[in-house]
Ligand binder design. Structure first.
Ligand code: B12
Ligand code: SF4
Length: 622
């Protein structure tokens, strides 16, 4: 790395390649190396001369998360380490990895929230499990693959260009959600600029709901619909993509949607997600959701038999991984990366009661000693589960309550009775599990009065934490279709779809009122002394105190402290029109809803899940 003249310039040079410096002075003759230890810490040492490994250690206990704290043994190792073994040129690294040539590059695009997004500035990033699962399968089959997580590495467009140049992939795969779709299109252009022969493939909920639009960007070659493991593997190992099920592609000016791929009901066929391909030390869980650090996300199921109109997972094929495999994976994460907490991101973790009970039994029997949290449905929970989950280390459940108004709950097709919700919260509390409840403002039919009822209900339920969202019509959901068909959709500019902007013009309540109420609800719920007291009691780490202070400023006072990294601005300001350069038509139309896309004909929906849940589906009026 060429030496910069001033101290400020040297610090800036380091920050550009992704390193924070926590020393006032970076010596002019420094040598630099990033060191990854077994638990995945990443910190820098600056040596004033090459032979004495001492003096300046760039390390701050406040820096990233609890895992940054080092044990005595590690400090000892650091001070006795021989520099020549570890010193390397800083410029060889972009983000946390050494990039080398490989056949496939999988990219997680950045999710850049806008300045006025209530969550802007509050850190949270978890590994992209979709890409990790695809990468693991590719590696198992002998394909070389690397993962570039632009979001967590906070990379600039320039750095992404450099990574793509070094990796020189033949295939690039990107996972696309609505909130990241514009950035994904920008990245596809970068890929084609650097490696014109590389094939670019998009997958994920957004791309599969809109293959025609996605392929209107000439830099995207294929869209994979449904699970990507098998389809993408066949693609990158020489099969003709135009002959594969689940693929959408361009044939002249027409988009051809091949028939859907068969849904793989046996998730155990997929290997353990390739956590080793991402910078594990950089991930950080959502505020309020963790008890211990480091924490990481996992899945035990895919799909959900619920029918909620706002949700892409509604009525998608429910599939399970075996409890044994999941527990083994947790032990692996604990032993390899020092993981102390798991956040299950399953749509409805408790939907298969037997598997959850088996999982809890194993966690207890094998004394895994890792805490965890999960999303549940209130009508999918009982005393037996609550007790077993607590005994197995569960400390929090997130319940999607959505509204305090019965009619609204019917409108959004989640008609869970008030007494059932209260009962589940009570059961969790009795067992010693914290509850976090989620609510939506601006749902179909919402009025100011019904939103007030929802806010009052959130307080009445007395859960420890509440999450308030504005109803967002994501493509592939019934809500999107309803809003578009009725002219309620404010925009189809996807960069606006970041959850804290209300994008509907409802006849029942104005857009501005919903936004005002959204901010007011956070203030009202979180400035109550009881909520503050409960949070304060749970504080165990400096990281939690820092998060709470940030949240208070950002969410309650809506005051911005700190600043966003400058490099992030590279990804802002683009619109769909900047990338969609082709005018196409659809040769074969596919269904518009995610559940129609991901629903195998052969599976009997009523045979899924626990008795309680089955009952609730049967009584749900669609
Ligand atoms: C985990 C999760 C998160 C995590 C993301 C962490 C992470 N990096 O994974 C967090 C909490 C940060 C998050 C945030 C948000 N999320 Co989210 N999230 C999920 C959740 C629950 C699971 C995703 C997952 O891991 N699935 C498991 C994998 C294995 O399945 P998969 O993603 O479908 O991937 C398979 C296929 O789609 C395909 N595939 C996917 N990508 C690719 C790429 C290629 C190249 C190929 C070939 C195939 C392929 O193959 C994969 C493997 O089989 C989903 C719901 C769901 N069930 O999917 C919502 C979901 C994806 N999230 C959603 C939303 C709305 C959000 C937020 C906007 C909400 C918010 N809080 O602001 C943000 C946006 C974040 C962003 N980056 O855009 C919506 C997306 C709607 C949409 N149209 O975009 C979903 C679908 C929830 C829902 N049910 O409606 N989310
Ligand atoms: S229960 Fe949850 S995951 Fe399932 S459809 Fe409803 S909101 Fe989506």
């Amino acid at each position: 790395m060429p030496l910069a003249k001033s101290n400020k310039a040297r610090k800036l040079a380091l920050s550009r390649i992704g390193y924070e410096t926590h020393v006032n002075k970076v010596p002019a003759n420094f040598e630099f190396f990033p060191e990854k230890n077994q638990v995945g810490h990443n910190f820098c040492l600056f040596f004033p001369c090459s032979s004495i490994p001492s003096l300046l250690v760039s390390y701050s206990p406040f820096r990233r998360h609890g895992s940054d704290r080092l044990g005595t043994q590690k400090w000892f190792q650091l001070f006795t380490m021989k520099t020549e073994n570890v010193v390397m040129e800083a410029s060889d690294r972009i983000g946390s990895q050494d990039w080398k040539k490989s056949h496939v590059l999988l990219i997680n695009p950045p999710w850049i929230s806008k300045e006025d997004n209530i969550w802007n500035g509050i850190k949270a990033a978890m590994p992209p499990l979709s890409l990790l699962s695809i990468a693991a399968y590719l590696e198992q089959q002998g394909v070389t693959v690397q993962i570039l997580d632009i979001h967590v590495e906070k990379l600039s467009a320039h750095q992404v260009r450099e990574v793509v140049r070094r990796v020189a992939p033949e295939w690039v795969g990107m996972t696309v959600m609505t909130a990241t779709s514009v950035a994904s299109h920008q990245i596809s252009r970068i890929v084609k600029e650097v490696c014109p022969d590389a094939k670019v493939v998009f997958g994920g909920v957004h791309a599969e709901a809109l293959p025609l639009e996605t392929l209107s960007n000439s830099a995207v070659d294929y869209v994979v619909r449904g699970d990507g493991e098998f389809t993408f593997h066949k693609m990158v190992t020489g099969a003709d993509p135009t002959a594969l099920n689940g693929v959408s592609w361009r044939n002249g000016s027409a988009v051809v949607n091949n028939p859907p791929v068969e849904v793989n009901m046996d998730l155990d066929q997929y290997p353990r997600p390739a956590y080793h391909l991402v910078p594990m030390h950089k991930y950080y869980p959502t505020i309020g959701a963790y008890k211990k650090l480091p924490a990481i996300n996992m899945l035990m199921t895919r799909g959900c038999p619920g029918k909620c109109t706002f949700c892409n997972s509604a009525n998608t094929a429910l599939r399970n991984r075996s409890a044994d495999r999941v527990v083994e994976e947790i032990e692996h994460l604990r032993d390899t990366y020092g993981i102390r907490e798991i956040q299950f991101y399953d749509d409805t973790f408790t939907v298969n009661r037997q598997n959850v009970l088996r999982f809890c039994e194993l966690m207890k029997k094998r004394k895994v000693g890792v805490s965890w949290s999960a999303f549940i449905r209130a009508d999918c929970f009982n005393e037996e589960l609550a007790r077993a989950m607590k005994d197995a280390g569960c400390h929090q459940v997130l319940i999607g309550v959505e509204s305090g108004d019965e009619q609204i709950l019917r409108n959004i097709r989640k008609p869970i009775q008030d007494k059932r919700t209260k009962q589940s919260i009570e059961l969790a509390r009795k067992a010693g599990i914290e509850t976090r409840c989620a609510f939506i403002f601006g749902s179909m039919g919402d009025t100011l009065e019904s939103m007030e009822r929802t806010l009052d209900y959130s307080i009445e339920l007395d859960s420890e934490l509440a999450i308030f969202n504005v109803s967002t019509p994501y493509p592939g959901t019934q809500l999107f279709e309803w809003a578009r068909d009725n002219g309620y959709l404010v925009t189809e500019e996807w960069s606006e779809f970041e959850l804290s902007t209300f994008l509907l013009n409802l006849p029942t309540v104005s857009n501005e009122k919903v936004m005002e109420f959204y901010a007011y609800a956070h203030k009202k719920f979180y400035s109550r002394p009881i909520t503050m007291w409960r949070r304060a009691k749970k504080m165990r780490h400096l990281a939690q105190i820092r998060d709470a202070i940030n949240a208070f400023f950002y969410i309650v006072l809506r005051h911005k402290v700190g600043r966003r990294g400058e490099v992030r601005s590279d990804w802002l300001g683009y619109k769909k029109a900047d990338f969609f350069d082709l005018s196409l038509s659809e040769a074969d139309k596919i269904p518009r809803l995610t559940y129609e896309l991901r629903q195998p004909d052969t599976v009997d929906v009523k045979a899924w899940g626990s008795d309680a849940f089955r009952k609730s589906i049967e009584t749900t009026s669609l």
